[in-house]
Design a protein around this ligand. Structure first.
Ligand SMILES: O=C(CO)COP(=O)(O)O
Length: 125
């Protein structure tokens, strides 16, 4: 992945602990990239990994997923790690779907669960 491109980190509420734990265990790899995150997720990761520099965008339901989609479209995000809660209905489900669509359109690797995220970060070295 091109080094200047950011890694986007997002988690639904039921998955935030899991993403914070994931970020902690991959801190060294993540610290090589600019990190962007949706608002609440970014706050949780900043608490868990104080040494990571994180650009916090809007909260997901208030447009954060769309902001990350826009960063994909402008070529500024090169990897998306999004721990999705598959068991809870979301008011902003269309935004989540639009983000996934742009990751597909621009052929950006997108991990939707921890097993895939672990595999992708191991591949980054
Ligand atoms: O809702 C989200 C993703 O769809 C995440 O947003 P927050 O990180 O602000 O909770």
């Amino acid at each position: 992945m091109t080094v200047h491109k950011a890694v986007a980190l997002i988690a639904h509420d039921q998955k935030k602990d899991d993403l914070a734990d994931f970020a902690k265990s991959h801190q060294a790899a993540l610290s090589r990239f600019p990190i962007v995150a949706t608002g609440t997720t970014g706050g949780r990761i900043a608490e868990a990994c104080p040494e990571l520099k994180i650009e916090r965008l809007k909260s997901g339901p208030l447009g954060g997923d769309q902001q990350i989609g826009a960063l994909i479209a402008t070529g500024d995000v090169g990897l998306v790690i999004f721990f999705v809660d598959p068991l809870t209905a979301m008011p902003h489900d269309v935004d989540v779907k639009a983000l996934m669509r742009l990751a597909i359109v621009y052929d950006i690797p997108m991990a939707l669960n921890r097993a895939t995220a672990d595999t992708l970060l191991k591949a980054l070295g």
